[in-house]
Design a protein around this ligand. Sequence first.
Ligand SMILES: Cc1cc2nc3c(=O)[nH]c(=O)nc-3n(C[C@H](O)[C@H](O)[C@H](O)COP(=O)(O)OP(=O)(O)OC[C@H]3O[C@@H](n4cnc5c(N)ncnc54)[C@H](O)[C@@H]3O)c2cc1C
Length: 362
Amino acid sequence: MRPRADVALAEWSTMNVGGPARWFAEARTESEVVDALAWAHQRGAAVHLLGGGSNVVIADEGFDGVVIKVDIGGVESRPRDRQILYSAGAGAPWDELVATSIAANCAGLECLSGIPGLVGGTPVQNVGAYGQDVSGTITRVHVVDRETREPAEFSNPECGFGYRTSRFKRADADRYVVTRVEYALTPDGSPTIAYADIVNYFREPYVAAPSLAAVRRATLDIRRRKGMVIEDGNPANHSCGSFFVNPVVPRRQLAAVQAKVGDDVPVPHYTVDDETVKVPAAWLIERAGFAKGYRRGPVGVSPFQAQAIVNHGGAMAADVFALAAAIKRAVLQEFSIALVPEPVFVGFTRSVDLQWLLAARP
Ligand SMILES: Cc1cc2nc3c(=O)[nH]c(=O)nc-3n(C[C@H](O)[C@H](O)[C@H](O)COP(=O)(O)OP(=O)(O)OC[C@H]3O[C@@H](n4cnc5c(N)ncnc54)[C@H](O)[C@@H]3O)c2cc1C
């Protein structure tokens, strides 16, 4: 483990913006993670943990510290009770784990097909899509404590999972390096067919009991139509996926949005509980004036879905930031709802503008 100096970061992130890391270390084992942390500690340098870079916006100034790319690979599986326990290194590519589990006919990750990034990033924001999220299958998260540089582990309830969040993103942000994650999957289990897009996919033409492999194919198809699979020929490849989290709002706020748009336009929403609903950020963004395909110089709203901001080539982080702020402002003005960005902002100065962009309240 020998950190390199001045490594360009843009190519390590799917958004493809941002300046260099002052130092960059690739850690292939837990002890290399510890070494890299100690190296940074000795120099009093800040640390950023990098996985696949699919959920980060890196500042144009870059990161003035050590970027540790967590590259611990390897996937093992073993039976436990009536389940198969998959234990994957934080640096294992996420979609390869999903494909491997489905090839073994194990249920639990099928709707999470096609999500970019690495295993270690999945507990951080409780990665989810199409009716599943990783909190449904994670049994244990192995970490190294950045303060003590000692290993530790957390059971599922200890991870503090919520909608696109966990203790690793909130209470303990910047405290732990995820080194390994365990998922308990169900051999020969039924696929999850709960989300409207997946349900409708098998309605026309009708498929009575889709297999796990069929649900993976369906998920990939649906994601492709939304430009959400990173692959050759996708003009929306350079993004962070959904830029804003779908807001969960009190029912009275839903009523206010409904009143604003009029009864002829039903506001799409999903019940969360008796008091709150989730409203699709994409719908709010479009209604606030940012249509799919909207362009502002080198950045724009994805031509496939309004929730993604795309770098069409040559964009700066400042361009991404300015468009995100304009979208947030427009939705706030139109509907009094403060959209919250999903990606992590790396290397940005803690300015008033950044605090405002990240804030959950108007
Ligand atoms: C096209 C596209 C589609 C997407 N679709 C979805 C989707 O459907 N659902 C969804 O939930 N997300 C989605 N995302 C977002 C992203 O893919 C996930 O959040 C992914 O899990 C991020 O993993 P990563 O390895 O790329 O993490 P990075 O982007 O490198 O890091 C994200 C955060 O996790 C931290 N982190 C990463 N690795 C570790 C580690 N080993 N230990 C501790 N902290 C770590 C980083 O410090 C950072 O704070 C999408 C992104 C894109 C570009």
